[in-house]
Design a protein around this ligand. Structure first.
Ligand code: ACM
Length: 265
């Protein structure tokens, strides 16, 4: 399976420019599953709900999804990308999946970070999508800090975690290595780079997009300064082997009855 990420710089509010840039870069690859950052088309620092609503789009008939669908079809790509999704009066921080045949699915971010809680509705379902190449589990940025999310996706059959991000804390990428080891899955983290300033608020995205193996090896990673498109070949079947050694299996060795406190809120 060929998998990759597009690490991008995004200009706040300039959806046309951000989408055009992504489509130009994606046009350089084919036959792969590629992950883009969270909210790649709008930027991140919305001043208020009104501004967010003015930039949110519907799925599947919004501008961004239509443009990404075209390049997916032309270059035989599966693409996962983050946008603000309008659903009637609600707005979600969503990862959209499109494939080369025009199939569309989406995941709405469950664990909202910081001011996102004031702006977005949160999602309610962790999703796994079966494709011809492999089973994709979706999570978005701050979902990384909840091991329950990656574990649930693994138990639902995910072989590779697709992780559009706008990471700002310095250890999200490192934590994803642990998520891979404890679940024996692959992960693609696609992050943003650059600084966004809106009024008094300034935020710096940490780049360092990466692809990690079920043994926690960093198969490819990039820096925090440049835009970068990377595609590599992986053997997705490695994610089906949950044995750590002859006596331990990270799924079969669990004792769910000891963990009920996690699900009893
Ligand atoms: C984040 O969840 N965007 C940090």
């Amino acid at each position: 399976m060929r998998v990759g990420f597009l690490q991008m710089r995004c200009k706040f509010g300039d959806v046309k420019k951000n989408v055009k840039r992504a489509v130009n870069l994606l046009s350089k690859v084919n036959n792969a599953t590629v992950v883009l950052p969270e909210l790649f088309n709008t930027g991140y620092l919305f001043k208020n709900k009104k501004e967010l609503a003015s930039l949110a789009e519907s799925v599947p008939d919004g501008f961004t999804t239509k443009q990404i669908k075209k390049v997916a079809k032309k270059n035989n790509l599966n693409i996962v990308f983050g946008i603000a999704q309008k659903v009637k009066k609600e707005i979600y921080n969503t990862a959209v999946f499109v494939d080369s045949k025009g199939n569309i699915d989406s995941y709405r971010k469950i664990h909202l970070f910081d001011r996102e809680k004031l702006l977005f509705n949160h999602g309610k379902v962790l999703k796994v999508k079966s494709t011809d190449e492999g089973k994709l589990g979706f999570m978005i940025c701050f979902d990384w800090i909840f091991p329950e999310a990656a574990r649930t996706l693994t138990l639902k059959g995910a072989q590779i975690l697709c992780h559009p991000s706008n990471l700002v804390l310095p250890y999200g990428q490192k934590a994803m290595i642990t998520r891979c080891i404890e679940n024996r899955v692959f992960a693609i983290t696609a992050n943003r780079i650059g600084i966004e300033r809106r009024g008094p608020v300034r935020i710096e995205f940490t780049g360092k997009s990466q692809i990690v193996s079920p043994e926690g090896e960093i198969l490819v990673s990039v820096g925090d300064r440049s835009e970068s498109l990377k595609v590599i070949e992986i053997d997705i079947n490695r994610a089906d082997n949950k044995n750590l050694n002859v006596n331990n299996n990270v799924i079969e060795d669990r004792f769910p009855s000891c963990y009920s406190v996690i699900t009893n809120k």
